[in-house]
Design a protein around this ligand. Sequence first.
Ligand code: FAD
Ligand code: SF4
Ligand code: SF4
Length: 485
Amino acid sequence: MPAKMMQFVSVEQRLPDKRSVVERTHDFGEIYREFTPERAREQAARCEQCGIPFCQVHCPLHNNIPDWLMLTADGRLEEAYEVAAATNNMPEICGRICPQDRLCEGNCVLEKGFRSVTIGAVERFVVDTAFERGWVKPVRPLRERGVSVGIVGAGPAGLAAAEQLRKQGYEVHVYDRYDRAGGLLIYGIPGFKLEKPVVLRRIRHLEASGVRFHLGVEIGRDLAFAKLRRRHAAVLIATGVYKAREVVLPGSNLPGIVKALDYLTASNRKGLGDVVPAFESGELDAAGKHVVVVGGGDTAMDCVRTAVRQGARSVRCLYRRDRANMPGSMREVQHAEEEGVEFVWLAAPEAFVGAERVEAVQAHRMRLGTPDASGRQAPEPVPGSSFRLPADLVIEALGFDPEDLPTLWGAPELPTTRWGTIKIDWSTMATSIPGVFAAGDIVRGASLVVWAIRDGRDAAAGIHRWLEARARGAEAAPRELALAS
Ligand code: FAD
Ligand code: SF4
Ligand code: SF4
């Protein structure tokens, strides 16, 4: 008998259980436990099955959320998995790290009076169950086309495109400068949000599907872009954005001031069992230190929470706007506060102080002034408000810009926008160079995993259409010539 839905009046919203602060801050495991099957069914059955599901409208992948919720409530988990996997190449990852409060759940109609359906947690439960029960099968294309596509970047954009193209029977080669595939999923995002075995399981699935990875290969250094183009019928650029924004202030060059991604990568590598000299030397280890993280986005939240787990003496986050105006997810701020992070709102650094290495951050108070061009109130310093915070380790988490690919790759013909991102036609994800496409952060600027997946899927569709049209053209050409002669 089908499950009874619309249980939101009698059943309260319950997220999966969160591990206690004491337990979770002593390791890098995810902070939420898995739903039990009973809890997943109960929570899925809260869905109202809206005629116009705003959750789906606001999911960048337009996942068929009401259907998988109904199937989960019904105990038909394999079908729920099929529905979830139909529009998303890594639903178990999105279920863990999408900022659901800004996307699907934030737009669930229940959010107003009854608190949203726990969409992300159900998505994670369904797909983890599918992996456990062997329902996630490698891709087996109906036919092999004998046409190859080269993808630069093994982050979520490149991986999503790789799987979609394999489904169409293309030979897919993914190049990455790192020694592991996954991009920011493996070396950026910490394990307490996304455990690494979850990422590695996805990569193994892609390998089993026939995707070929060429790791430790940097395009522009180890392999020229022009050569890559000659190797493959089409090329996708999915290289992400990695140029860290910096604050140039007195004392900026002091040892002990590090970039967020260097810090997080070292921590993730340690967790994966690598030897990391800059960590062993203490340069990228927060243990026993007073840590100040500058910035208010999700990267800053990942840094403060990593520092807590490494055993820092104190962890402070300095942000120039207030809580209401910070870009990071509110859920992440709440987790950080629970874990003992102190937020110093409306404050910005004016100098880094120290003799041999950084010893303190000199900061001043800020207030929010008139709105700027983007509509956000511009922060301005409060005169005479300077104060100092002790700091043995300062982590700058101020965002990322694209690297200058045309110069790095010796490819001036590669079109870019004024922000340095690759310029594409959004309807096809094609650049103005025939056969060259781009997707993910390198076209959007620093964004989200779910948008990278969406772009990767769109790019795979664009590449397929382009290659099909080219093949039709090649077939048509001799006939046209014959007719003309
Ligand atoms: P990436 O994941 O950056 O992958 C690009 C890949 O290209 C990398 O592996 C890189 O090594 C490779 N590459 C680059 N240049 C070359 C080259 N020349 N040759 C070969 N390979 C190259 N998003 C969320 O949705 N939720 C979160 O919780 C979240 N947390 C984040 C935390 C941090 C610390 C950071 C930095 C980002 C976070 N994001 C989060 C954003 C998300 O990770 C990115 O939007 C997403 O990974 C972009 O995917 P991508 O495939 O475009 O690029
Ligand atoms: Fe929500 Fe992200 Fe899943 Fe879409 S992919 S349903 S936004 S958690
Ligand atoms: Fe269900 Fe909420 Fe989506 Fe409506 S908006 S279909 S209640 S999850």
